[in-house]
Design a protein around this ligand. Structure first.
Ligand code: CP
Length: 300
């Protein structure tokens, strides 16, 4: 049974297969319109979402599948009565053919998959991983830059709790000659285990303290929101804000990505700059998630 749980599960070849399928879906959507006519997808979000949930639901509908869902699984499912994720999956497996899950626990997707009755797709697990986001991020980099090998990427914002960051750097580490630069407030630095992982895979992680320390010829600036829902206390606001003045200090070929939602870390004055690709990036999520649904059902 194929699950989508972590960026750790992919090889470079797997990624190229997903990206080629995504390209084909984008170019020939009608070809796939009935591919999952006989499938029902359960969408269980225990945390808020705009993009991931609605793009997964749209992806399922565009493939001909039907959806069952609950508005706010944290409160409106029997989780509030103490039901475990595993028992929830055992029950849903009697209704649906796959389940998409977002949950505050880092291990939620693995717990759901441990039942091994239906494919599980991790739509964001605590501060751990968000692999489908990383796939759409990398797909966007590949398409905008025409390559992934050799890219210079700066990761900004919440490197501690940012699950999209954790999943993305795992995927980037599969490629050759990638350079990763980190810029965040002290309280939100990348955990040592990820720096070690990058080192083991031959990537030197370069921690920076200011915009000035980042190379001007970066291929990608990937900013993220401080994940204030993951901690108590006040660590203040984001210090490293990208506005037009800051963006203009970088190359005209440096693209600006963000998993969204943004709060203050990217000013709206850059939205119309051709380098600002975050809305296109979010839109790519629809096609990448269509590809993933096809793959888990072996209908690619
Ligand atoms: N990028 C992302 O996960 O957005 P949502 O929280 O809106 O799903």
């Amino acid at each position: 049974m194929k699950h989508i749980l972590s960026s750790d599960q992919f090889t470079k070849e797997d990624l190229e297969e997903i990206f080629k399928l995504t390209d084909d879906i984008k170019n020939n959507p009608k070809k796939y319109a009935n591919s999952l006519n006989d499938k029902i997808i359960a969408v269980m979000f225990y945390e808020p979402s705009t993009r991931t949930r609605l793009s997964f639901e749209t992806a399922a509908l565009k493939l001909g599948a039907k959806i069952i869902t609950t508005e706010n699984a944290k409160e409106f499912s029997s989780a509030i009565k103490g039901e475990t994720i595993q028992d929830t999956v055992r029950i849903i497996a009697g209704y649906a053919d796959a389940m998409v899950i977002r949950h505050s626990s880092d291990t939620s997707a693995e717990e759901a998959a441990s039942v091994n009755k239906i494919p599980i797709l991790n739509a964001g697990a605590g501060k751990g991983e968000h692999p489908t986001q990383a796939l759409l991020d990398l797909y966007t980099i590949r398409n905008k830059k025409g390559k992934i090998d050799g890219v210079k990427v700066a990761i900004l914002g919440d490197l501690l709790y940012g699950r999209t960051i954790h999943s993305l750097i795992k995927l980037l580490s599969l490629y050759d000659n990638v350079e990763i630069y980190g810029l965040s407030k002290k309280a939100f630095e990348l955990p040592e285990k990820y720096i070690e992982m990058l080192k083991e895979r031959g990537i030197e992680y370069k921690k920076c303290n200011s915009f000035d320390e980042l190379p001007r010829d970066l291929d990608v600036i990937y900013h993220t929101r401080i994940q204030s829902e993951r901690f108590e206390g006040d660590y203040g606001k984001e210090e490293f804000i990208i506005n037009k003045k800051v963006l203009d200090t970088f190359s005209k070929d440096t693209i600006l990505l963000h998993p969204l939602p943004r709060v203050i870390e990217i000013s709206t004055d850059v939205d119309d700059d051709p380098r600002a690709c975050y809305f296109e990036q979010a839109h790519n999520g629809l096609y990448v998630r269509m590809a993933l649904l096809l793959q888990v059902f072996d209908r690619a």
